[in-house]
Design a protein around this ligand. Structure first.
Ligand code: EZ4
Ligand code: CO
Length: 427
């Protein structure tokens, strides 16, 4: 009897000396808000950056990286991005989760930065080249009353925004997600910044029935004031039950929203079936998702129109690109999360990916404060309503150690909400 000889194991070639990861550092800084950054240096001194910021849980990711990932990276081949991703994801045994996936994202993004710098190209060129001239961005207008909201929309138009998210206060509710406490930017921070520096989270209140009564009239006013063409968006921030979300989507149909975001808590994908049956208002979801599996039902059953993940929280460029490609099969487009708690590094990665993807839809933009931009110097631009990552090799972001050192970590938390009877509600 003859037996087929088994193939001998074949090892990948050892990395070229210059491509070996020589160092990986975890950098924590707080220029107006906390950021965690991974910096990888190769044998020949090329540097790559990755964002690992998880708002309100920053030090958990810093520890995950410092204690459990950095020791595994040193000596590995910086060119092998996919292999490193799979190694970090599968070898941990404990899969998924925001801390793990933010840590993997930082490694992945830093390695893409290195690879693009090595190639002497902006990252979007390695991802297939530009599919468009720039990325349509939306900003956050809000108001404590309708006149203040209309002023805020006007100010965003003056600043160049060509798509606007509208959040409004609600009569009878003291504090509402997305509404700035000041009518204008103050202290270098953008209008609405949910995380507060404190040792415990701030408590807010909530009343879904009051919200549902109020919001459609606000959109009617905004639509009448600014005409039919301006793309308007709204974030429900996980506060509604499915039937409530369905009702809001239906009530907003006359005002032609670009999207209704996070209308129900995101972990129950099946909830979107009910919402979808009742409304043609486009739906966006996923800023708290961290893997492709969180989108599985939503994409396969075409229950959403926009994928809200971010490079920072979904396992990096490698993973978010796969999600976007899966979405493309169903004509679902991207609308990546872009709050200030995603650092300029994470933002740059999103811009390179968005520029290259065919099914890019829109990009959220909460401008970073001047102090943040002194630590993270970025080549990205915002002109005429469009974002562009710039044409420097890599991501186009550098990290200023000296500027960063002036801003040590400070505990900060997102708020949380209680109903008027004291019950904790989704925030
Ligand atoms: O509450 O980024 O669409 N944007 C949002 C954000 C999130 C924060 C959480 O860290 O919902 O304002
Ligand atoms: Co949101």
């Amino acid at each position: 009897m003859s037996t087929t000889p088994l193939a001998e194991p074949i090892a990948a070639p050892a990395p070229h000396e210059r491509d070996t990861i020589a160092a990986a550092e975890v950098l924590v800084t707080s220029p107006d808000r906390n950021f965690v950054t991974l910096r990888i240096t190769t044998g020949d001194g090329l540097v790559g950056l990755g964002d690992a910021t998880l708002n309100g849980r920053e030090l958990a990711v810093a520890s995950y990286l410092r204690d459990h990932v950095v020791p595994l990276l040193v000596g590995r081949d910086a060119q092998r991005i996919e292999d490193t991703w799979q190694f970090l994801y599968r070898s941990a045994y404990w899969r998924r989760g925001p801390v793990t996936m933010a840590a993997i994202a930082a490694v992945d993004t830093a390695l893409w930065d290195v690879k693009a710098r090595r190639a002497g190209m902006p990252l979007y060129q390695l991802l297939g080249g530009a599919s468009r001239g720039g990325l349509l961005a939306y900003g956050h207008a809000s108001g404590r009353d309708v006149p203040e909201l209309l002023d805020s929309v006007r100010r965003h138009l003056d600043e160049g925004f060509r798509a606007i998210r509208v959040q409004t206060s609600v009569p009878g509710v003291r504090t509402v997600y997305g509404v700035a406490s000041q009518p204008t930017s103050t202290g270098g921070r953008y209008d609405y910044e949910p995380a507060q520096r404190a040792l415990v989270p701030v408590e807010e209140d909530w009343d879904t029935r009051a919200y549902l009564r109020h919001v459609p009239g606000v959109f009617e006013t905004v639509r009448n004031e600014f005409g039919p063409a301006l793309p308007l968006l709204h974030d429900g921030h996980h506060r509604m039950r499915p039937i409530e979300a369905a009702r809001l989507g239906k009530a907003l149909e006359p005002y032609d929203l670009f999207w209704l975001e996070d209308c129900t808590p995101a972990e129950n994908q099946e909830a979107l079936r009910l919402v979808r049956q009742h409304t043609t208002t486009p739906l966006a979801i996923g800023e708290v998702f961290n893997t492709a599996w969180d989108y599985q039902t939503l994409l396969r059953e075409q229950l959403i129109d926009y994928v809200r993940g971010s490079v920072t929280h979904t396992g990096g460029v490698t993973a978010l690109r796969k999600i976007a490609d899966q979405a493309a099969v169903y004509q679902i487009r991207t609308g990546f999360h872009g709050p200030t708690d995603i650092s300029p590094v994470g933002m740059a990665a999103a811009l390179h990916l968005g520029l290259a993807l065919h099914n890019f839809g829109i990009q959220e933009l909460m401008p970073h404060s001047p102090r943040t931009l002194e630590v993270f110097r970025t080549s990205s631009t915002f002109t005429g309503g469009y974002l562009h990552p710039g044409d420097e090799p890599g991501l186009g972001v550098t990290y200023d150690d000296e500027a960063a050192a002036a801003h040590p970590y400070e505990p900060a938390y997102l708020p949380y909400a209680r109903l008027h009877d004291g019950t904790v509600h989704d925030w």
